[in-house]
Structure formats: C-alpha cells, structure tokens
Design a protein around this ligand. Structure first.
Ligand code: PEP
Ligand code: MG
Length: 537
C-alpha cells in the first residue's frame, strides 16, 4: 500500500481503479500488426492536419493580417517536408510501431536537432515542429486518445487543463488524482462542480505505472491510498458510508428555507458550467443559477459556436430552471481557458492578458453573437447577464452600447428577444472593488468572484499549487474589499452575490451575512451544506 498526501478540493470518499491519462506527454509505443493500415492512418491524419492549417491561415488572415497568419503556412510546409514524413513512414513500416508514437518520436528528434542550431530563425522552427507534431497526434487520436472504462474509475494525471477535464463530463469518473494541480484552478472547480473527490499536488510518486491499480481517495484528509491494505480499505469503506449518511441527512433540508434563527433569509444559488451542473443544481434544490460559466460552449467546440447553437443552449438552461433566476456570464476565455480555434497569441502573463471581457471588447463580433443569443433566450425565462473581469466604468459603458446595438439589430430583423435584461458585473479585480461606488451606478447587480479577486489582490497565481502556504482564505485584504463592495452595492440599491469558491466555505457564512450579502452561489453539491450552516446561525 502507498499513501500519498495531496490537497483536497471536495470532501467525499471514492474507491475505484486508476486510469492514468498522460495527455500527449506519454504517447506509448505500441506494436501494430497491419503496418500498411497504420501507414494509411498516418497519411489521412497528415491530410487532415494540413486542411486544419489551411483553414487556420485563411481565418486568421482576416483577423491578424497576412504577415502574422503566415506561421500557419510555414507549419503546413513543415508537414510537407519529405524528411519529416519519410521518417514517420519508415518508423511505421520498418519498426511496426503505432503512428502516434512514430510522429511523436520524429517530431521530438527533429525539434531537438534544430533547437541546437545557432541561427535564431532556424532554432525557432523547433517550436513549430513540436506544434505540428501535437496537431497530428490530436488528429490521429481523434479526441483524448485513451479508451475509458465503462465501470467507475478514478482519473489520474500529471495535471489537467480545463479543456481536457470537460472531456470527462458525463463519463464514469468518480474522482480525480493529480500529481500537480492547484486547488483554485478551473480544473479543481470543475471537479467540485461534478461533485467528485479530487486531490491535487500528490507528487511524483503518482505516475503512469499506477494505471489499473485499485485506489481510494479520502477527500476529507487529502490522502490517496494506492493498493490499500485490508485495514485501510475497510476504514475507508466505513468513512464512505459515514459520508453517505451525512449526505442523506442534508437531503432532509431539501425544500427548506435559507433562513437564520433570527429570521434573515438569503438567496442560495448554484454555480454551473454545463447542463449536467444545471441538473445537479435542481437536484440539490438551488434557488437559481447564480453563475453559469458559458465558456463550456467555446471549449467544447472546434469552431465558434454560432448564434443558433448558443440560443438553444441558453434556452435549455432557462427552461430547465423553470422560471427561477439564471445568471449567465459571458465567456471568460483566456488565462488557463485556452480555446484552440481562437488562435490567441501566446502571452507572457495570460492571467493578466487578453482574458474574459477584454477578449470580448477586442473581438466584438464574438461577444455580439453571444449577446444576440442571450437576448433571444431572455424571453424563455428569468435571465440576467453578467460580465467577467471588469476593471473600469469605461468598459461597462462600452458594453452597454454593444447591448443597445444588439437589441437594435434584433428588432430590425424582427427576431423575438427580451426588451431588457438585468445586467451585472463580476467584481474580481481590485480595480473593480475600489471603483464599486461608481460601477454600482451603471449596473443592476454585483457578483464577487473571490477566486480571481484573491488572485489579483494577493498577487497569488491561482494555477500555482506551490503557493498554497501563502494562500489564506481568511486574508483580510480580500474580506475588506468584499465588505467595501457590499457597502457600495447597498448604498446604490443594488444586490450583491458572492460566487467564488469562498462562498461555499461555511466558516465564512456568518461573516457574509453580517456584511449583508444578498445571494450566495456555490457548486451544486455544497448548497445543502451552506443551507445547514445558515439555519444554525
Ligand atoms: C471567481 O473568479 O471567483 C469566479 C467565480 O470566476 P472563475 O472561477 O470562473 O474565474
Ligand atoms: Mg473569475
């Protein structure tokens, strides 16, 4: 038995076999029987990757101009290089290995050789070789590239990007075990919203050799047991039963009010990022959806989701919530949420870069499509719109103009849409908190995203798991800003919600109520826990 200590992001226990997901980092060598068929797979993937690059070039010329888009032509030429293709073909035909492995080893070898050359221009091509190699592997794998078992399993990996995590939605994943990771990352939030135990920062001992082993995640203590002995297994089974009993007890709070013993009520909503989360929100008696992270639509597509697709998605959410309030946040793309088809430029500091509303203002056609879909869906329920990563009043005014344009267009085209929708902003930068008196005059509500507010206030990268020692949920800097925002919201007569992960920390529920927070929005699995706490106060 091996016991690994990590950081837990969800308090529950799960027992199952580990499936180790290596992403592209660990493409395995596999002997193939039919070498000709494997060669054909490679040739098809080569064509597919070249088509993708041609499309990318054409699309990006319009956006970034010929000079910048030329990189995709260069990459296409690299795929045409005889040396590259022949080397892969030789490996498949002579060594009888799988195409992914042949591509990966060829790409690594060529990039290694070129990377050692003195000429800077040639050296930079090494990165392009790695890029096209990755693209080819993706085309070959046609998705995440591993067969997932049908029976429940624990997914282990070095780390997971949000775009990788979403691919496991709806499957039989019962837990996540990550070698690295950070408890504030979007991946951690996704795991929490799926209501499965997840451990981050388990360390080097968790590797591909663990694949297939029986494991237990104790999300209460943050321990991963690998091949548990009988005593540990039965102790964990008992803990799981205890956790199930606690959950059953919480279920008795279904349908009950979120009311303190002295009669103060507060709205208790759910954070969601998928239709499955919306289901979970209903199953856990959420009063509404306080934050719907709409990025999922963009992360799961290979191209920009069009207006119809978005409209029907938002409509489904509203119809499922059946007249309850739903706050949909416009896309928060950027930072760790990278969307390949958007061809965003590499940034030195992506968390401080072209993220969220900044991307929307830079590329207004993206935001316009989303707003059109939202205004159209607005007639199907009680919808509110929310903008992320606001830092100034000017941004809000620009957004207000865009809303007017969108409504004008829809009216002109005779398309049914909501005349007006309550519009709010996320307070997740210190700038927004400090300007909250002015911002409150321009919007209908605030929602405080404590994850980013803490990240930007404390200068603490939420993706960096090694900073956790400096990460204090009780940091007064963040709580003082929250109190200031609450005061300013109420002075202007608008409501304030807290929707970051701190909202679910029941150690702070009393403080939130004291500050006058009107609405608390948490992952669906935490609603009844927070309700229990409110009812004790
Ligand atoms: C936040 O920053 O607290 C928040 C709710 O937004 P996200 O976690 O999606 O960045
Ligand atoms: Mg945020």
């Amino acid at each position: 038995m091996l016991k690994l200590q990590g950081k837990s992001v969800y308090r529950d226990v799960c027992i199952g076999r580990l499936v180790y997901y290596g992403g592209q980092r660990d493409i395995g060598r596999r002997a193939v029987e039919d070498r000709e068929a494997e060669l054909l797979r490679f040739e098809k993937a080569l064509l597919g990757a070249k088509c993708q690059l041609r499309d990318l070039y054409q699309d990006s010329v319009k956006v970034v101009g010929e000079a910048n888009a030329a990189i995709f032509q260069v990459q296409e030429l690299l795929l045409d290089e005889k040396e590259y293709g022949d080397c892969v073909r030789d490996r498949i035909l002579q060594e009888g290995v799988n195409a992914e492995y042949a591509v990966r080893t060829t790409g690594d070898e060529m990039a290694g050789k070129i990377g050692a050359v003195e000429d800077t221009y040639i050296r930079e091509r090494a990165q392009d070789i790695l890029d096209v190699t990755g693209r080819l592997i993706n085309v070959l794998a046609g998705g995440i590239g591993i067969d997932l078992p049908e029976e429940p399993f624990i997914l282990a990996a070095e780390d997971l990007l949000p775009s990788e995590t979403v691919q496991f939605f709806g499957g039989s994943v019962i837990g996540f075990a990550l070698r690295k990771g950070s408890t504030h990352s979007h991946t951690a939030i996704l795991a929490r919203s799926m209501g499965v135990p997840a451990l981050m920062k388990l360390g080097e001992a968790l590797g591909p050799e663990c694949d297939g082993k029986l494991a237990v995640i104790d999300g209460f203590s943050g321990v991963l047991y690998l091949e548990p002995d009988e005593a540990a297994l039965s102790a964990m089974e008992e803990k799981k039963r205890e956790s199930d009993r606690h959950k059953a007890q919480l279920r008795e709070l279904m349908g009950k009010e979120n009311i303190t013993r002295d009669g103060k009520t507060v709205k208790l909503f759910a954070n969601a990022g998928s239709l499955a989360d919306v289901e979970a929100a209903c199953a856990n008696d959420a009063g509404g959806i306080g934050l719907f992270r709409s990025e999922i639509l963009y992360l799961e597509s290979d191209e920009e989701p069009d207006e119809e697709k978005q409209y029907s998605f938002y409509r489904q959410i509203l119809e499922r919530m059946d007249g309850k309030e739903v706050v949909i946040r416009t896309f928060d793309i950027g930072a760790d949420k990278r969307v390949s088809w958007l061809k965003q430029e590499r940034e030195e500091n992506p968390a401080l870069g072209l993220r969220a509303i900044r991307l929307g203002l830079e590329r207004p056609s993206l935001l316009r499509t989303q707003l059109r879909a939202l205004y159209r869906a607005g007639v199907c329920g009680k919808l509110r719109i929310m903008y992320p990563m606001i830092t100034s009043v000017k941004e809000v005014l620009e957004l207000r103009q865009l809303e007017q344009q969108v409504k004008g267009e829809l009216a002109k085209e005779g398309i049914p849409h909501a005349e007006s929708l309550p519009t709010g902003i996320m307070i997740e930068t210190p700038a927004a908190a400090l300007l909250s008196d002015l911002l409150a005059k321009e919007v209908d509500f605030f929602s405080v995203g404590t994850n980013d507010l803490a990240q930007y206030t404390l200068a603490l990268d939420r993706q960096n798991g090694s900073l956790e020692r400096f990460d204090d949920p009780d940091h007064r800097a963040v709580l003082r800003l929250l109190e200031l925002v609450s005061r300013n919201a109420h002075a202007a007569g608008i409501g304030i919600c807290v929707c970051g992960e701190l909202a679910a920390d029941t150690d702070f529920t009393a403080e939130f109520l004291r500050m006058g927070i009107d609405e608390i929005s948490v992952s669906p699995g935490m609603i009844l826990e927070v309700r229990q706490r409110i009812r004790e106060l």
